[in-house]
Design a protein. Structure first.
Length: 630
């Protein structure tokens, strides 16, 4: 503004001087002419004035005129100057106002710029935080597949830093089978705009990780492709779970097939001996049978009944195995006694099947080392399964059973000269329902659970089982259990009776027995079985009825009590009977064969326990321990 005012003043001054100069020039000529004429007149009339005085007068007149003109011009220009000054002041105010507006606008623009910059900075930081916080690897490549940006998760997946990754060659970390990945990705992006697949990369630790990758093309505002964005997710654990699920599914399907085969085997194994039982029982109805033929039929019925009991026992043991209900109970037992029972049973099978098999037994224990602490029932069952298999799969030759103390273990070996086992089946021979030959064409009977039970029992006893076999040569099963000596040469005596039947001559004419069972067929069987002893029998169909009989008839000498009955079971009935008579012998009869069930029965107050089906010799032997013959 100041420069503008100076410029206006300078221009006015220049015009004013120019105007003065012109005026002086214009006025000088008339003044001089006037002065000359006056001078001439004066000179002529008076002739007394000098030329110098005339010049001075002319100068004064000229100067006065100039001054008058100057004053007029000053007044005129002062007026114009004041007007220009007012206009300049007005313009100055307008310019100052404009300047203030510009300053305000500049300030607003500066604030807005700062706001935009801050928002952009915050936005960039926010999106960067989002990308960096992602668990998935995010990477951007330009059109030449040069990595331009990647978040931390991208590098963390393979356990390297950004600098370490940049120093690597991509082929060094890609699995050899996935080297075609880049070419396939490029072709797919060019064709479809996206690409999705799995990729294996080598971790810094040396193992490979599985990635699920999805790539998409990135375009600018002109729809030109500027690169590609790839998102990678580590699915190593998911892949492992998937593989385990697939494996589990395969195993489940195989197990289902095995169970289906097992159920078919059960049907066959049960129906085959049952067919003999029913068939020979019907043949006994004939009237023209000799005693020898009847004995033969009865022997067939008894043998097949034993097979049925063994099958049912195996099924129950399998159920106990799957529910982890197998318990090992240690008691004093004779190893040679158990082996003798097993060998005798095996010889019966050999004689019945008319096989040419020799059984050799080798006792390598020391003289005083026969008594041990073990679970007699389970040890006998394991040996029984192994001996049955040896006899079953040996058509002719020999079966050897030896037992000895080796270090701190008791080792049993059962070796046969049978058909043997293929090497590829040795790893599966102890699995449930496994048989080397399945289906309807299998040449040998069995459920395929014996070896599974044997292995489980031996391991629960703290031992191990092994198998060696060669197809066509034979097999050898061996197992070891901890040797727990009982000491001395004391003979084992069971609480109740022996296992071999005896020809008992019993006379219980003055005795009374109460039979309690809700099944009338069982009552009929017990009555007929006891008829030859002369004992008087009373029958009750429930626990409540049995308690009433005990209350009203004081002369009862023994009670045969079923454990499973409606309204009041055998355990409850036993407790009530004990409240009436504490001295009466109570013999439980039950179809439950678990050891803990037997313990519960005895703890309830029963004196003995018979397992159904009840054999005549077992029944009489147990009763004779409580009753005396006349």
């Amino acid at each position: 503004m100041e420069m503008l005012l100076r410029s206006v003043a300078t221009r006015i001054r220049q015009k004013f001087l120019f105007f003065i100069s012109i005026m002086i020039i214009m006025m000088s000529s008339p003044v001089q002419s006037f002065a000359s004429s006056v001078t001439g007149v004066v000179s002529e009339s008076k002739g007394t004035y000098s030329i110098l005085s005339i010049s001075t007068l002319a100068f004064i007149i000229t100067l006065a005129g100039a001054l008058v003109i100057l004053c007029i011009m000053i007044l005129i220009f002062s007026s114009k100057l004041r007007k220009a000054n007012r206009e300049l002041i007005e313009r100055n105010k307008q310019i100052e106002e404009i300047n203030l507006n510009l300053q305000k606008t500049n300030k607003d623009l500066s604030i807005e710029k700062e706001t935009i910059t801050r928002e952009y900075s915050y936005s960039e930081m926010f999106y960067r935080m989002l990308v960096q916080s992602a668990d998935d690897g995010i990477s951007f490549y330009d059109r030449d597949w040069n990595l331009k940006y990647a978040n931390g998760a991208f590098y963390a997946m393979i356990g390297v830093s950004r600098e370490q990754y940049n120093a690597l060659d991509a082929r060094e970390i890609v699995h050899p089978d996935d080297l075609i990945y880049e070419q396939t990705r490029t072709e797919a992006l060019q064709k479809n705009g996206f690409f999705e697949t799995e990729l294996r990369l080598k971790h810094k630790d040396g193992h490979y990780i599985n990635l699920s990758t999805r790539s998409v093309t990135v375009k600018n505002e002109n729809a030109d492709i500027i690169g590609a964005l790839t998102i990678s997710r580590d699915i190593t654990s998911l892949k492992k779970v998937h593989e385990e699920l697939v494996k589990a599914n395969v195993e489940a399907e195989a197990s289902n097939r095995l169970k289906s085969s097992f159920l078919a085997n059960i049907s066959h194994e049960i129906r085959t001996p049952l067919n003999s039982v029913v068939g020979f029982a019907n043949l006994l109805l004939a009237n023209d049978l000799s005693n020898d033929v009847k004995e033969e039929y009865i022997e067939h019925i008894n043998h097949n009944s034993e097979k049925l009991l063994q099958i049912i026992g195996d099924i129950i043991d399998l159920s106990r195995l799957e529910s982890s209900q197998i318990e090992i109970t240690y008691e004093e037992a004779s190893v040679s006694s158990i082996v003798n029972e097993i060998v005798e049973d095996a010889r019966k099978i050999i004689r019945r099947n008319e096989k040419s098999i020799i059984i050799n037994v080798m006792n390598l224990l020391e003289e005083n080392g026969d008594l041990i602490f073990t679970d007699r029932i389970w040890l006998k069952r394991v040996l029984n399964h192994l001996m049955d298999n040896a006899v079953k799969f040996t058509l002719e030759g020999s079966v050897s059973l030896s037992y000895a103390k080796e270090n701190e273990n008791l080792v049993f070996r059962i070796k046969d000269t049978g058909i043997g086992i293929n090497k590829e089946n040795l790893d599966h021979i102890f699995e449930e329902f496994r048989q080397e030959i399945d289906g309807h064409h299998r040449p040998f009977e069995g459920l395929g659970v014996g070896l599974t039970l044997a292995k489980e029992v031996i391991e629960r006893m703290g031992g191990k089982i092994f198998v060696q076999s060669e197809k066509g040569v034979g097999s050898e099963f061996s197992f070891s259990i901890p040797y727990r000596p009982a000491g001395g040469s004391t003979r084992i005596r069971s609480k109740v009776a022996a296992s071999e039947p005896r020809d008992l001559q019993l006379n219980w004419n003055n005795k009374t027995c109460l039979l309690v069972d809700d099944n009338k067929d069982v009552l009929l069987y017990l009555n007929r079985t006891l008829a030859d002893t002369g004992i008087k029998t009373l029958s009750a169909r429930s626990g409540i009825e049995a308690i009433d009989i005990v209350k009203t008839i004081p002369g009862i000498d023994v009670v045969l009590l079923d454990m499973q009955m409606p309204e009041m079971n055998g355990i409850e009935a036993t407790k009530e009977i004990r409240k009436i008579r504490k001295d009466i012998p109570i013999i439980a009869q039950t179809a439950f064969i678990f050891e803990d069930d037997k313990d519960i029965i005895l703890e309830a107050g029963c004196d003995a326990c018979l397992i159904k089906p009840i054999r005549k010799d077992h029944l009489l032997t147990v009763m004779s321990s409580f009753l005396k013959s006349v």
